[in-house]
Design a protein around this ligand. Structure first.
Ligand SMILES: [Zn+2]
Length: 231
């Protein structure tokens, strides 16, 4: 007996093609339970146990942290410049390594956590360098971008469809934020005045967002684009 869809040779007992999943049928052969010709499950590929890999990577992060702290304390007797290095490594660890400690990392929670790690590091730079720009500039910018990206992650996680709407909306939200960002820079860093450079990224982001929403609404245009870009 052969598969009517892909043509592979099947045992007479096969009820389904193991390659393409199409129901096997033959008008004269009665299909009974027997050992199939093909293995039923795929064999797992051998891998480094995930815990071992995690421990090695964590050690690779801890080593430079200890070395920089030790050097700084030896030379300056206090945490002077090593804080920046330790903070950057900690932030990178929280973003890139921490999620993999979990069997099934929650994408939305870890997206939010990543932006919190960025915010925390920026806060440290502000404090350590005696800056006064965290509350009026860094926090609103990191907070707003983080909220938009987390919302995108949450929507992608929940909805199987409508990606064009989600990304279109995200670009519109970021575009609309640009003038406010310029205002925050002017107010925080005492730039002489509002020159309006933010209108350029705003226009670009709004156009990009509007184009994605338009494509989401207009099926013929979407199909033409998909053909054009071989999607
Ligand atoms: Zn088949």
């Amino acid at each position: 007996m052969y598969c009517i869809n892909c043509g592979v040779k099947l045992a007479d007992t096969e009820k389904k093609c193991p390659l393409c999943g199409v129901t096997a049928c033959h008008p004269y052969i009665k299909q009974e339970e027997e050992v199939p010709l093909f293995p039923g499950q795929r064999y797992p590929t051998p891998q480094l146990p995930p815990r071992t890999a995690q421990i090695i990577i964590t050690t690779l992060f801890l080593l430079p942290i200890f070395i920089t702290l030790l050097c700084d304390l030896q030379i300056n007797g206090a945490v002077v410049w090593s804080g920046y290095v330790v903070g950057a490594l900690g932030m990178a660890y929280a973003i890139f390594v921490l999620p993999y400690w979990f069997r099934r990392p929650h994408s939305v929670a870890f997206t939010a956590l990543s932006f919190m790690a960025i915010g925390l590091y920026v806060f440290y730079i502000n404090q350590a360098s005696g800056g006064d720009w965290f509350l009026t500039f860094a926090l609103p910018v990191v907070g707003y971008v983080g909220t938009v990206v987390t919302a995108v992650a949450a929507l992608l996680h929940r909805l199987r469809r409508g990606r064009l709407y989600i990304f279109g909306g995200a670009f519109l939200a970021l575009g609309a934020f640009m003038p406010l960002m310029e205002y925050l820079i002017v107010a925080t860093f005492c730039r002489p005045r509002f020159v309006g450079w933010s209108l350029y990224p705003m226009t670009a982001l709004l156009l990009l967002g509007a184009m994605l929403i338009f494509l989401a609404l207009n099926q013929p245009a979407r199909e033409r684009m998909e053909r054009k870009f071989f999607l």
